[in-house]
Structures are given as structure tokens and as C-alpha cells.
Ligand binder design. Structure first.
Ligand code: ARG
Length: 457
């Protein structure tokens, strides 16, 4: 492609270090689409004859068919997907293939292909996250009344409902989707026509190619167009954040599936056995989701570090932009699918959750609040009285609502029979009716709102 100036070919190692075809062949559809849009525009502008343009169009269709059928050959001598496709086109239509690259460089070509690829990746991540939301919504609806310990410091804090806990993840996933949507909106400008770095003297029409490829318009500055990969970095930051949420969810599944917790049992389809311990059911998929988030973070770091010291405009370092983006995309897709499957098929254990909850004096705050509300104590004093009550229950090895009234009144005579209305865990969750609170009715309302939002998409 650039042999005119060279007396001999590259060394074998040069060829290998230089080639991106082993990975950038994943962009073949985007590469063909970009070339089709470019050729059509060149013809419309009178830069290509109608005849050459027609040959290029059907020739590119043929190359696409070939790739779809046989895959893309990894010919290192042809360096990358752009040169591979042009060579295949030349085999099919002869010298007219050489006119396709008029008013274009691989620099604007690769920037365009990569934006298209990342845009497609965002669309499929978004759809997958939507399915995860659906799974969370369905299970939350089922468990709107199921009480479980709410933790702080991993110590039992206050009763919550499992539905509320699952909807917390739904809210995180909703923000993750928002971040991908934001990245998509900023990404959606077309670099094609920036050429190598300075633009071109040919009378091209960048608006037309941009629209043909589904972009909102062309990018503003030719140097920026071929130099920056912030769209890919932004995508990776969104991917990292989404995977961090998945990792926390996975961690909870690992914890909840362990015998001392026993809050959940993962279905056979999402568990593995041990080669030595016959009783084992290990939550490997959840552990790998947790593990993959570290690798996705590594991908983001890799691309940031690749970009941080590069002068404008294009440098070959930028060819290294694709492997981390592809890897992160694959890892994230697997993680979302695995998490969705686990959420859909998990068997939650309400009795275990309730037992763990009741062992932790979770209604202590309710007692303190009752002392403030019904007996007029200042909160600090109510906190103290409640602390003594918990100590007594702990000494006796019983729950707060199992303490006889006489014992409660011995601690503070202002306590009356009606305190028992707030001491049960069910009464506690029912009372948390503030907007965004854990009361079952609130959870059902959140589920309904989430379903409505999904239906409107
Ligand atoms: N394979 C290259 C990449 O992915 C395409 C751009 C090559 N441009 C160049 N000036 N050598 O970045």
C-alpha cells in the first residue's frame, strides 16, 4: 500500500508488531459500512465516476459476503482490516478499488470504524442491562414483603425488605445505563473526512457521510478527529462503573450463598461442584463476575495510559486502543448475562433471612424512635434506654419483642404496652414509608414505576 518509497519489505518481527488484523478484524462490518458511505459520497460529489462507484459498491458487498461466510483471513502482510478489505476489493474489481481511498486516510477511517463499533457495543450493553433490570424488578416484586437484615459495617442494622435491596441494584443499573447513553451522545459525531490530520482539498461532503452512518453530524476539528479516543475511554469508564456494581452484587451472592448466611441458594445451572468435596456447590459465576470487574478496570487503565502522553495527531500507539475495548466489552457482556441468570434463577431463603435479622436486635432504632415520639424523651436519652434494653435481651438470649413489659418498665417506667407495636420486624419495615424507604408498599410502588419506565423505552 505504501511500497513506492521502500526498497525492501518489513522484517518478520516488524510485520508482526505492526499488524492489527488479528484483533481489528472484529470491525469488518463497520469498515465496510464506512467505505460504502464514503464511496457513495465521492460519487455524489463527482469525485468518483458513477461507474467506478457502482463497481466499488457491489465489490464491497461481495467482500462483506466473503467475510460473513469465511471469516476475515489474518494476513499479517495486509496489516489491518482496512488494507485487507481494500486488497479483497481489488481482487474483485481491479484498479477501480484504488479510487476508494481518495480524500480519505486510514486515520479517519479507523477513527470512524471504531466509533461505530463502540456505538454498537453501547447499544448491546444497554439492552443487556435492561434485561438485568427486568430480572431485578421481577424478583423484587416477588419479595416486596420478605424481611431481611439491612446491614451497616456488615452488622445487622435495621430490617429491610429483600425487594428493597434488589431495587437498590436496579437504581444503580439505571444510572449505569444513563452513563452509557451520555457517552453515546458525545461519541456520535463522524470523523470521516478529517483525512490524515488536516482535512482534504477534495470537495467532499462530510455531513452526508455522517448522516449515512447514523451520526448526528461531522466532528468539528480534523486534528482532534484522528487524535482522540476519549469516546472509547468514556465508554470504558461507564463499563468499569457498571462492572463495579455487578461486582458488589456478585459479592453479596457469594456471601449469601455461604452456609453461615444461607440467604440464597444458587440454581444448579449457576453453581459448580468440587472435584474432592462432594457436598460443595460453589458460586463460581458470581466470583468471576467479581473478578472480571478488576480486569475491566485494567482495560480502562491501559487505554488511558496509552493516550496520556501522545502528541497530536495520530501515533501508532493508538492502534493499541482496540484490544482493551474489545476485552472489556466481552467481559462485561458475560458478567451482565451471568448476573441476570443468577438473579432470575436464585432461590431466596426468607426464613434464614428472618432468623438472621431477629438475632440482631434490628428494631432497636424503632424502640428509640418510639420513646421519642410516644414518651417524649430526647433522642440521646432514648438511645441510652434502648441500649440497656438490648443489653438485657442479649443477656437473656431473646429478641426485644420477647422481653416482658415489667422488665421494660424496670428500665424506664414511661414504656407502655403499645411499644410492642413497633418492636416486630414486620412493623418496622411497614413503618418506613418515606419516599425511597423500605416499606413493602413503597417497594411495590418502586417496582411499578420501574416497570412503567421500561415499557416506555
Ligand atoms: N491499524 C491502524 C490503527 O488501528 C490504522 C491506522 C493506521 N494509520 C497509520 N497512519 N499508520 O490505528
Amino acid at each position: 500500500m505504501w511500497g513506492g518509497r521502500f526498497a525492501e519489505g518489513p522484517s518478520a518481527v516488524m510485520r508482526e508488531i505492526n499488524a492489527s488484523i488479528p484483533f481489528d478484524k472484529r470491525m469488518w462490518q463497520q469498515d465496510i459500512a464506512g467505505s460504502q458511505a464514503h464511496a457513495a459520497m465521492l460519487a455524489a460529489q463527482g469525485i468518483l465516476t458513477a461507474e467506478d462507484a457502482a463497481a466499488i459498491r457491489s465489490g464491497l458487498d461481495g467482500v462483506a459476503e466473503l467475510y460473513a461466510r469465511d471469516g476475515v483471513a489474518e494476513d499479517l502482510a495486509l496489516e489491518d482490516i482496512h488494507m485487507q478489505t481494500e486488497a479483497r476489493l481489488a481482487e474483485a474489481i481491479g484498479p477501480a478499488a484504488g479510487r476508494l481511498h481518495t480524500a480519505r486516510s486510514r486515520n479517519d477511517q479507523v477513527a470512524t470504524d471504531f466509533r461505530l463499533w463502540v456505538r454498537d457495543a453501547i447499544d448491546s450493553v444497554d439492552a443487556a442491562l435492561g434485561q438485568l433490570q427486568d430480572a431485578l424488578i421481577a424478583r423484587a416484586d416477588e419479595h416486596a414483603d420478605t424481611v431481611m437484615p439491612g446491614f451497616t459495617h456488615l452488622q445487622v442494622a435495621q430490617p429491610v425488605t429483600l425487594g428493597h435491596h434488589l431495587m437498590a441494584y436496579h437504581a444503580m443499573v439505571a444510572r449505569d445505563r444513563g452513563r452509557f447513553a451520555d457517552a453515546r451522545a458525545r461519541l456520535n459525531r463522524c470523523p470521516l473526512g478529517a483525512a490524515a490530520l488536516a482535512g482534504t482539498g477534495f470537495p467532499i461532503d462530510r455531513e452526508t457521510t455522517a448522516r449515512a452512518l447514523g451520526f448526528d453530524g461531522p466532528t468539528d476539528n480534523s486534528l482532534d478527529s484522528v487524535s482522540d479516543r476519549d469516546f472509547a475511554i468514556e465508554y470504558l469508564t461507564a463499563a468499569v462503573q457498571a462492572s463495579l456494581h455487578l461486582s458488589r452484587m456478585a459479592e453479596e451472592f457469594v456471601l449469601w450463598a455461604s452456609q453461615p448466611f444461607g440467604f440464597v441458594s444458587l440454581s444448579d445451572a449457576w453453581s459448580t461442584g468440587s472435584s474432592i468435596m462432594p457436598q460443595k456447590r460453589n458460586p463460581d459465576a458470581a466470583e468471576l463476575v467479581r473478578g472480571h470487574s478488576g480486569r475491566i478496570l485494567g482495560c480502562m487503565t491501559a487505554l488511558m495510559v496509552t493516550m496520556k502522553g501522545l502528541p497530536l495527531a495520530y501515533s501508532k500507539d493508538m492502534q493499541d486502543d482496540k484490544p482493551p475495548v474489545f476485552e472489556a466489552t466481552d467481559l462485561l457482556a458475560l458478567s451482565i448475562a451471568a448476573m441476570t441468570g443468577m438473579v432470575e434463577s436464585a432461590t431466596f431463603r426468607p426464613a434464614r433471612m428472618r432468623a438472621a435479622l431477629e438475632a440482631g436486635f434490628p428494631t432497636a432504632t424503632d424502640l428509640a424512635d418510639w420513646l421519642v415520639r410516644e414518651a417524649g424523651l430526647p433522642f440521646r436519652e432514648a438511645h441510652h434506654v434502648t441500649g440497656r434494653t438490648v443489653k438485657l435481651a442479649e443477656e437473656r438470649g431473646i429478641a426485644l419483642d420477647a422481653l416482658p413489659l415489667a422488665d421494660l418498665q424496670a428500665i424506664d417506667p414511661r414504656i407502655t404496652e403499645s411499644v410492642y407495636d413497633v418492636l416486630t420486624v414486620d412493623a418496622s419495615v411497614r413503618s418506613r414509608t418515606s419516599f425511597g424507604g423500605t416499606a413493602p408498599d413503597r417497594v411495590r410502588a418502586a417496582v411499578a414505576a420501574a416497570r412503567a419506565a421500561r415499557a416506555k423505552e
